[in-house]
Design a binder for this molecule. Sequence first.
Ligand code: COA
Length: 260
Amino acid sequence: MVYENILVKQEKNIGWVIINRPEKLNALNAQTIKELYSGFLSLRENREVKVVILTGQGDKAFIAGADINELVHLDYNQGKDYALEGQELTKLIENYPKPVIAAINGYALGGGTEMALACHIRIASDRAKMGQPEVKLGLIPGFGGTQRLARLVGKGKALELILTGRVISAEEALAIGLVNRVVPHEELTSKVVELAEEIMANAPLALRFAIQAVNQGLDKSLEDGLLLEAELFGKACATEDSQEGTKAFLEKRKAEFKGQ
Ligand code: COA
C-alpha cells in the first residue's frame, strides 16, 4: 500500500508509525485509519521489528482526534460502522504481539487519546494535551475511549474526563495514570527509543505472552486469569529463549535471544 497520510519506517529493530498530516494536526480520516491498519500489519510481519513506536509528525500534535469533517451528517448506521472501523484499528494495536509505545508529542484528543490508550505504554512530552472532548460535538468516544479509559484510570476519573470534555496537561495525565511518564519535549524521541531498547533486550516471545496474559486476563475472573497465566507461563517455558535466558543467568553471561 502506498501511504499518503502516514510514514512507516524501520530503524534498527524499532518500527515507527508516524501520522503525517501535521497541517490537520494529524486528525484521523478514513484513509489514515486504513493506512494505519496496513502499516501496523506490515510491521507485525517484519521479524526484524521488535518494538513499534506510534507518534505524530510535527511539533504540535500526536493526533487531534477523528477528522471532524467526516463526522458531519453521519447517521446511525454510518456512525456505528465508523466506530467499529476505528475500534478494529485500536484492537489490532492493543493485541499486537510486539510492544507498542505511544510517543505523545502534542495534542492527543478524542481518537488521539483513544489510540494512545490502545498502545501498551504511553510516554508524553511535557507539552502534550489529552482529553475526550467528543461531548462538545454532541458525540461520545467511539474508538474505545469509554471502555479503555475507565479500565486504565478508573470509572470516576474516566467519567469526569468524558463528561466535561476537559483537555488536561501531561502532568495531570500522569497524576491519574493516563500516561506512564512525562519527559521534556525535546527529549521525547530519545527517551522513547531508550525505553524501546530496554524492552527489546528481553525475549520476544516472553513479551508477546506477557501482553496476552495482561490483556486477556483483565477481562476474566481472577481464577480464570491465573489459569491463563499458567498456560502462557508453560508456553514460555517451552521456548528456546527461556532455556537460553535461564542458562545465561546461571553462566553469568548476557542472553542471546532468537525469538524461538
Ligand atoms: N478534525 C479535522 N480537522 C482538525 C481537527 C480534527 N479533529 N483538529 C484540528 N484540525 C484542523 C483545523 O481545522 C485546522 O485546519 P485549517 O487550517 O484547514 O483550518 C488545522 O487542523 C489546525 O487546527 P487549529 O484549530 O487551527 O489549531 P489550534 O492550535 O488553534 O487548535 C486544537 C488546536 C487541537 C485545540 C483544535 O484544533 C481542536 O480543538 N481540534 C479538535 C479537537 C477535537 O475535538 N477532537 C475530537 C474529535 S472527535
